[in-house]
Design a protein around this ligand. Structure first.
Ligand code: SF4
Length: 709
């Protein structure tokens, strides 16, 4: 028997932890964390074996034969599929509409071949991650001049005794993090760190916390601003950092702005008692370090304002790039693959901005547009070809019906308004049912990939190799291979290398490495240290080389400093819809992809998470006469659904909680499990387009609902 452990990278979720895969006679048997890279794998990661051998795996290209959405396909050859896609893209470019190609995918590297293709061809990326943290990334760039770590976590392994760890809407011990993070948080706690969890739901993190603060949804911007007021107005700020590292004049502007943002005033917004805001502020001001790990705003789309309040708070407490604070990553010096395509001028092309506020907000970009814009852009005629890879917008998106309607819209001649939809997946999904061509992707156990971003928690700012550990079934091809093939056909000047491996070899040359050498090294390269206070050598990446607390480019949108009010979605319709709908997470599922929802180990009534009951505070349930386990109806302004009630003390009385991502209708395991999609309740775009734009397009889970027994 030939059995060995092979280092590679997990992709059951986007954390992409370093793992070891045990392969026995060519068959994947087992997965565990790679001890060389901080060594953890979560339950989803270990269930990757079931994913690999799922009977639902796609193994041949498919061509649509019915209407979009019917899911009727017949097998076709790769030649036929690639010929059709190439012809459509050639036609689009000849019409001067190359920018009307968007690909929705998660770019595993900022040098990913898919991204290169888009830049070379003239289309652009849309990450399909509207509920992710792109607005906070923007906040980091604006304030500190650098791209932050993935999900912007502090380096928990460096938190000193007495350091404060704040998890604000983070669910680090649920599904939203690298598998090593919970261990590092608990290790830090064991060293004497203080864990504070700010969340409307009592999460697994809250169960481990020293202090749970059940903030009102959307109130986190006000909470952090109230703390910043108390710290600054009482002279508790880090004077050396403020004097040396904040741009001249910004601290004074911040002080003026803070004048009326007292803890009392902020308490009225965030529903955290004034004394608790003051207590937490003083705890943070006197701690040796404070690290704030947060996601978007708490469960809603006020993310850019929150990101701004978060950077202000970290700046005045001096917690930038210190042990336990907010790291500033470096970029690994990979070699460019020349000639490097510049990409289209998106500011000129319009960013797919839509709606009544397009003129006002068109100049702003959040780098990665949320998938929601796809639907609007199709309706406007701004998007003509859509390629999805590893994402499921037909189920993931708020107002998911809008996406489905948009991709099936026809013009006066009966032609689809979206001229081509291509889906890469390892299994059929709700999205692929709408595709013209469905292309069978390789799983993460079958493909080469160079993972390089400035944000991998597990291995610092290095490079990691994903390598095939087993053979792919049937005719599967990895999307990177296919994009390179399309590049050779459509823009060969940028695709002069032989294949994906040669592409990665060129990039690795900057480190004196190659794919083969990296493989020999166990698939991981790291500088060995992240370093602290890197800004002391050359300053921040901002034009002034200091931190920018005041964002003048957002003056005309009244966002030069963070707005502290609740999201309009949460203020509107409060009488008719008295509850805040919020999303919670568990360790078993990630997003709405089939990978976890169609996995028998993760979708199981005993060991996994079969359906998503609606969490209702027990007192609220008593008041409404709702019993635990009863089927209730949730209604919003735009939709309704039925779900099983889970009566619990673990959620605020004014909130209802649904695990995001359920509602699958495709996949033999997924359809057996219960569960509903929260998106059925969430209005398309949140509530208002103008609000949607500058908060970062993340008004994903901001809606008011009512519940009836
Ligand atoms: S957190 Fe779990 S599922 Fe996600 S990459 Fe890490 S091991 Fe895999």
């Amino acid at each position: 028997m030939n059995s060995r452990w092979i280092p590679t990278m997990c992709y059951q979720c986007k954390a992409e932890c370093a793992i070891l895969a045990r392969v026995e006679d060519g068959v994947l048997k087992e997965v565990r964390g790679n001890p060389r890279a901080r060594g953890k794998a979560c339950v989803k990661g270990m269930a990757g074996v079931s994913l690999e051998y799922s009977p639902d795996r796609l193994t041949h290209p498919l061509k649509r034969v019915g209407h979009r959405g019917e899911g009727k396909f017949e097998p076709c050859s790769w030649d036929e599929a690639l010929h059709a896609i190439t012809a459509k893209l050639r036609e689009l470019r000849d019409r001067g509409e190359a920018h009307k190609l968007t690909a929705s995918f998660f770019p595993h590297s900022i040098t990913d071949p898919k991204w290169r293709f888009l830049n070379a061809y003239g289309g652009f990326i849309n990450t399909a991650l509207p509920h992710c943290d792109s607005a906070k990334i923007v906040a980091c760039i604006k304030a500190m001049g650098g791209v932050p770590n993935h999900h912007i976590p502090p380096n928990f392994a460096s938190v000193p005794k007495g350091g404060v760890i704040i998890l604000a809407g983070r669910h680090a011990m649920g599904c939203l993090d690298d598998a090593a993070v919970p261990r590092d948080i608990l290790d830090a706690k064991a060293r004497g760190a203080i864990l504070v969890v700010i969340d409307p739901v009592f999460t697994a993190d809250a169960a481990k916390a020293d202090w749970w603060i059940p903030v009102r949804p959307s109130g986190d911007t006000a909470l952090f601003t109230g703390m910043t007021h108390h710290i600054v107005m009482n002279g508790l700020h880090n004077k050396a950092f403020v004097e040396n590292w904040i741009r001249e004049g910004d601290f004074e502007k911040l002080k003026d702005y803070l004048a009326d943002k007292t803890p009392e005033a902020m308490s009225a917004i965030c529903d955290v008692p004034t004394r608790d805001i003051v207590k937490l502020a003083e705890m943070c001001a006197s701690a040796p370090s404070v690290g704030v790990d947060s996601f978007k705003g708490i469960m809603l789309g006020q993310a850019l304002d929150f990101g701004h309040a978060w950077t202000n708070f970290l700046a005045v407490t001096g917690n930038i790039d210190n042990p336990g604070g907010q790291p500033l990553p470096d970029l690994t010096p990979l070699s460019p693959v020349l000639p490097a395509p510049a990409g289209p001028s998106l500011a000129e092309k319009g960013w797919h901005r839509t709606g009544p506020d397009k003129g006002k907000f068109g100049k702003y970009s959040f780098i990665m547009e949320p998938t929601w814009y796809e639907a609007q852009a199709i309706k406007n005629g701004d998007l003509k070809v859509l390629v999805t890879a590893e994402c499921n917008p037909a189920l993931t998106e708020m107002g998911q019906e809008e996406w489905r309607k948009a991709v099936t819209m026809t013009d006066e001649k009966g032609q689809y308004q979206l001229e081509m939809l291509v889906s890469y997946e390892i299994m059929l999904s709700e999205t692929s049912r709408y595709a013209d061509y469905v292309l069978p992707d390789k799983s993460y156990f079958e493909r080469w990939e160079l993972l390089y971003m400035p944000w991998w928690y597990n291995f610092g700012h290095g490079v990691a190799l994903r390598q095939p550990v087993v053979e792919a079934p049937g005719e599967c091809r990895h999307s990177n291979e296919v994009f390179i093939e399309l590049g050779k056909r459509l823009c060969p000047e940028y695709f002069a290398f032989k294949d994906d491996l040669e592409y990665y070899d060129i990039q690795l040359a900057g480190l004196g490495l190659s794919v083969g050498k990296l493989q020999d090294m166990g698939g991981l390269w790291s500088p060995g240290t992240t370093g602290f206070r890197k800004y002391e050598h050359g300053g921040f990446g901002t034009p002034s080389k200091k931190m920018h607390l005041y964002w003048e480019d957002l003056e005309d949108a009244d966002q030069a400093l963070p707005r502290v009010f609740l999201a309009p979605e949460y203020d509107a319709d409060a009488d008719a819809f008295p509850f805040f709908l919020i999303s919670y997470r568990t360790i078993f599922h990630q997003g709405s992809g089939q990978w976890t929802h169609n996995n028998p180990q993760l979708r199981d009534p005993v060991g996994g998470f079969l359906d998503n009951p609606v969490l209702i505070n027990a007192a609220t349930a008593r008041r409404l006469g709702i019993e635990d386990g009863a089927v209730v109806t949730l209604r919003s302004r735009t939709g309704s659904l039925k779900a099983r009630a889970k009566c619990t003390e673990r959620i605020r009385p004014d909130c209802l909680g649904l695990h995001h991502g359920f509602g699958s209708t495709v996949g033999r395991v997924a359809v057996l499990g219960g569960g509903v999609s929260d998106n059925a309740l969430i209005p398309d775009s949140g509530m208002t387009l103008d609000w949607q734009d500058l908060v970062g397009g993340e008004s994903h889970v901001s809606t008011r609902v009512t519940v009836e027994g």
